[in-house]
Structures are given as structure tokens and as C-alpha cells.
Design a protein around this ligand. Structure first.
Ligand code: 5GP
Length: 205
């Protein structure tokens, strides 16, 4: 059976990454990898759906047991991608979507170079500022921190395969969806796999 593909989505906070990922999960037959985090749940977030909310001790234990595909500290909280479920899903032929920061994405790239990396950009710096502010929880100080963290995230753009500008959510989600569909019909780099397809057409000739 063909293995599933691993899609990695990153982008600065406030760019609308979460909304794009939700659309992709709903419309494109992808499995979302639920991360583990030590951060406290925000209102409306569900354990096991948005994240697995765990203690520092639990995080440490899983990390020591090499249970994470990658992990990173983001804004003082720890986040990790549990490996077991991803491996099972990929082996069953299903595609998986990761929503992780650029540090995590670079780590995934080290040992999974065939993963597909998609970066979500805001239409402008001014719009990014406006969106971070609109989240409501930001003081002038934390706005500055978030904004400079966002610019730092954007500086890793060159490591990604695709870049989608989220000006209009419908258009951005359609573009990200088109990337996923295009990757699904890409001719494999594996010569054996390609030959097996060709042989099927030659059979009985
Ligand atoms: P938030 O706390 O706002 O949900 O997420 C903060 C940042 O952490 C986002 O950039 C998100 O993509 C990233 N993130 C979420 N889960 C993981 C993970 O498992 N690994 C890494 N490296 N980053 C993650």
C-alpha cells in the first residue's frame, strides 16, 4: 500500500493558520495531528481535539521516552508532535497535516525530507499587526513580542516548498487545498514505484 504524505503548515501567530487547517481537514481527507502542549487551554478548546493539554512532568516523560517526532518551546510553553499516531496513520495510507512552528518544521525536515512544507503569510505587516491586536488579549508589550516573533518566523520562509498569502480565507484555503491535490498526483521519485505503474499498463501486451 502507498504510504500517506506528511503536510507541514507553519506561519506567524495571527495569520489564520488554524482556520485554513480546519478547512483542509474538513474538505481534503487529511488527518490532523493533535499536538501535546503544556499551555493552558483557551476558551472553547477541547482536550484531544485542539491539543492534548498535559503537565510539564508528563511532557518530560514523553520526551525522555522519545515519544515526539519533534518538540519545541514557543512563547514559554512546550509543544510536541506525538510520533506513534502519525506513523500508524501514514502506514495506513492516509495523509497527515501538522500545524507547527518553524523550529518544529525544520526538525521534521531533517529526518523526513519528503514531507511537504507550506508557509502561510499575512498580506502585509500592517494587517498582521491588526489581526494580532484583534485577538484582544494583547498588551502593547506582548503585541511587540508577538510581532517580532512573527517576523522571525517569516525569516524561515526559504525552507518551505509553498507560500500561501492569507488575504481572503476562501482563496487561501482553496490554494492550500490545490497544493495538497497537486502533491497527491505528483510522479513519485521512487523509480520502482513508477516502473510498477508502467508494468501494469504493459501487462498482457
Ligand atoms: P498556539 O498556542 O497559539 O495554539 O500555538 C503557538 C504556536 O505553536 C503555533 O505557531 C503553532 O503552530 C505551534 N505549535 C502547535 N503545536 C506544535 C507542535 O507540536 N510542535 C511545534 N514545534 N509547534 C507547535
Amino acid at each position: 500500500m502507498e504510504k500517506g504524505r506528511l503536510f507541514v503548515v507553519s506561519g506567524p501567530s495571527g495569520v489564520g493558520k488554524g482556520a485554513i487547517c480546519h478547512r483542509l481537514i474538513k474538505d481534503r481527507d487529511l488527518r490532523f495531528s493533535v499536538s501535546m502542549t503544556t499551555r493552558k487551554p483557551r476558551e472553547g478548546e477541547k482536550h484531544g481535539e485542539d491539543y492534548y493539554f498535559i503537565s510539564h512532568e508528563e511532557f518530560q516523560e514523553i520526551r525522555n521516552a522519545n515519544g515526539f517526532l519533534e518538540h519545541a518551546e514557543v512563547y514559554g510553553n512546550f509543544y510536541g508532535t506525538p510520533c506513534l499516531e502519525i506513523q500508524k496513520t501514514l502506514s495506513s495510507g492516509k495523509d497527515v497535516l501538522l500545524d507547527i512552528d518553524t523550529q518544529g518544521a525544520l526538525n521534521v525536515k531533517k529526518f523526513c525530507s519528503e514531507a511537504i512544507f507550506i508557509f502561510i503569510l499575512p498580506p502585509s505587516k500592517e494587517e498582521l499587526k491588526r489581526r494580532i491586536k484583534a485577538r484582544g488579549t494583547e498588551t502593547e508589550e506582548s503585541l511587540k513580542t508577538r510581532l517580532s516573533a512573527a517576523i522571525n518566523e517569516i525569516s524561515f520562509l526559504g525552507n518551505y516548498d509553498y507560500c500561501v498569502v492569507n488575504d481572503d480565507l476562501d482563496i487561501a484555503a482553496a490554494q492550500a487545498g490545490a497544493i495538497i491535490e497537486a502533491e497527491r498526483v505528483r510522479v513519485s521519485d521512487d523509480a520502482e514505484e513508477v516502473n510498477a505503474i508502467i508494468e501494469k499498463y504493459k501487462e498482457g501486451m
